[in-house]
Design a protein around this ligand. Structure first.
Ligand SMILES: [Ca+2]
Length: 362
């Protein structure tokens, strides 16, 4: 493979270029993408021992995935194993329908191959911004509740985090969820970071929510992890980022559901009594249909933050903006998607390139 070449497959152009500095497994389907190119992409990548599959815009820098402020996947500097993009499908909109059908079996083959030879990734990160929410939505956010993206210099990843607030009413609720379709039996890793900024209750923090169908296609309930109900995980400390090992904790259920091996009893607000193992044992056909964070209802006057919300090894890094790190990110309209380190937008491509070239002056 020769750097800079456009690659072709099946007569349709794959967006991006061959990245010649990295080993690649899949011949014609190996390409690196420019940030400014369309986001209807499926990327299969390996970084170190992990891999990621998803709709994302990934970019490998020379020798590194630059972990901060990139859209799509990022995750810091890889250890020696390197980074392979083994399958990329990126087509212009008018070609997409045809290409999606044709390429799907190839993607599944790639995924199967990766699953067969590698453990599940421990820490693949997807950057979520207001402009590119990566499948997240405000879901059941109600009057008086709000979800926003804020700068936070102490956030565990990047330059910011997700903010959830409720006003003084008990009906206020703020929620941010991502869809899933994963057998509960296959759910092994759940975690997130929270920071309580202010609240009337010492243990207040965003809960980790896991909407599930406990009987596979029926039996909907939401399993809820709340940091203050999990004393083994430590107390909530105001104005401090804290990571919570959710899969090792206790959950309460929003509904009573009778499963094949036991009944899960509703306990809205707690106490949290169910381990993940107990839920899997009682409800062997359960499917996780989403995950995310929530405050309310009956959590008035909360101001809390969350970041690196992780589901089965895929961590979501909430960021208010994307800081430019490479002048290539400015080209082909890309300047409109990136900002200075302090979040200031650029006025044109030249402004953006100049900012990078001068090491951050604007
Ligand atoms: Ca962040």
């Amino acid at each position: 493979m020769i750097g800079g070449m456009t690659v072709r497959a099946g007569g349709s152009r794959l967006l991006g270029r061959v990245w010649h500095d990295w080993p690649c497994w899949w011949g014609d389907f190996c390409a690196m993408l420019r940030r400014s190119e369309p986001r209807q992409l499926i990327v299969v990548a390996q970084r170190g021992r992990g891999f990621a599959v998803g709709t994302a815009l990934a970019r490998c820098g020379k020798g590194a995935w630059r972990g901060k402020g990139l859209p799509g996947m990022s995750g810091g500097t890889p250890s020696g194993g390197g980074c392979w993009v083994v399958g990329v499908i990126g087509v212009k909109k008018k070609e997409r329908g045809m290409r999606t059908r044709r390429m799907a079996p190839i993607v599944f083959a790639l995924v199967a191959m990766l699953v067969a030879i590698m453990p599940v990734a421990a820490a693949t990160t997807v950057v979520v911004t207001p402009a590119n929410t990566q499948g997240w939505s405000t879901a059941d956010t109600r009057t008086g509740g709000a979800v926003s993206f804020v700068a936070d210099a102490m956030a565990p990843s990047g330059v910011g985090a997700l903010r959830l607030t409720t006003n003084a009413t008990t009906g206020a609720k703020a929620q941010y969820l991502h869809a899933a379709n994963t057998p509960l039996a296959a759910v092994t890793e759940l975690s997130y970071y929270t920071k309580q900024v202010s609240a009337p209750f010492p243990g207040a923090a965003a809960s980790y929510q896991l909407p599930v169908l406990l009987n596979g296609t029926a039996g909907f309930t939401t399993l809820v992890f709340e940091p203050y109900q999990n004393p083994l995980r430590g107390p909530v400390v105001t104005n401090t980022w804290q990571q919570w090992d959710v899969d090792a904790g206790l959950f309460w259920s929003s509904e009573t559901i009778v499963c094949s091996n036991g009944t899960i009893t509703r306990a809205r607000g707690g106490p949290a009594t169910y381990t993940l193992a107990a839920l899997k044992a009682a409800c062997p056909n359960a499917v996780a249909v989403g995950f995310g964070v929530n405050i309310g209802s009956y959590n008035p006057s909360y101001d809390v933050r969350a970041d690196l919300v992780s589901f089965n090894g895929m961590a979501y890094d909430f960021e208010p903006y994307i800081v430019v790190t490479d002048k290539d990110d400015c080209k082909n309209g890309g300047w409109q998607n990136v900002t200075t380190a302090s979040g200031q937008p650029f006025t044109n491509q030249g402004d953006c390139v100049s900012y990078v070239a001068t090491g951050g002056k604007k």
